[in-house]
Ligand binder design. Sequence first.
Ligand code: GAR
Length: 195
Amino acid sequence: MLSLVVLISGGGSNLRALLDASQDAEFPARVVAVGADRDADGFAHAEEYGIPTFSVAMSNFADRDAWAAELLAQVRAWNADLVVLSGFMKLLPPDFVAALSPNLINTHPAYLPEFPGAHGVRDALAAGVTETGASVIVVDNGVDSGPIIAQERIPVEPGDTEASLHERIKPVERRLLIQAILDIANSAIDLKELT
Ligand code: GAR
């Protein structure tokens, strides 16, 4: 059984999908804790499932490195096999990444390497592309630049807004994330080989 720590910043719909999937006794992974850089709305999903949460706000620290060191300590306390960034919107410094790599993965609402960063959906719309996508990657020291575990194309429809497009991307992201975790748990994907 693969143990997961999930880090979020917002509503946690991908987290919710993982928690729901874990209800199936056959699903080979379990979320052991959920962390955030704030008092995230998505904590409600963890609480509903009786899963512990922790929050480490950057504003309580002198700099990003001090913040990330505390976040890493909290993550490590759970001894998880895999850490999932699921809508976690802060950049993590190299020490954090090195400590967990390659067992640190991220979901992104674009077909990477297209449209990395915090506004993947908005940037795709602004570029006027006819299709974008969703990706699950291994985290490296760049911005959404790590090896791709899974990705899928999603068409941009005429009249799409950032919200409508993101709502169509998210179910694909969830499916890719759950499949990636299944594949990692079943050794169909070896994260070390990807990195
Ligand atoms: C997801 O679409 C995730 O890919 C994105 O934030 C959303 C979080 O939704 N992450 C990024 O853009 C990271 N660069 P959620 O909180 O409802 O799961």
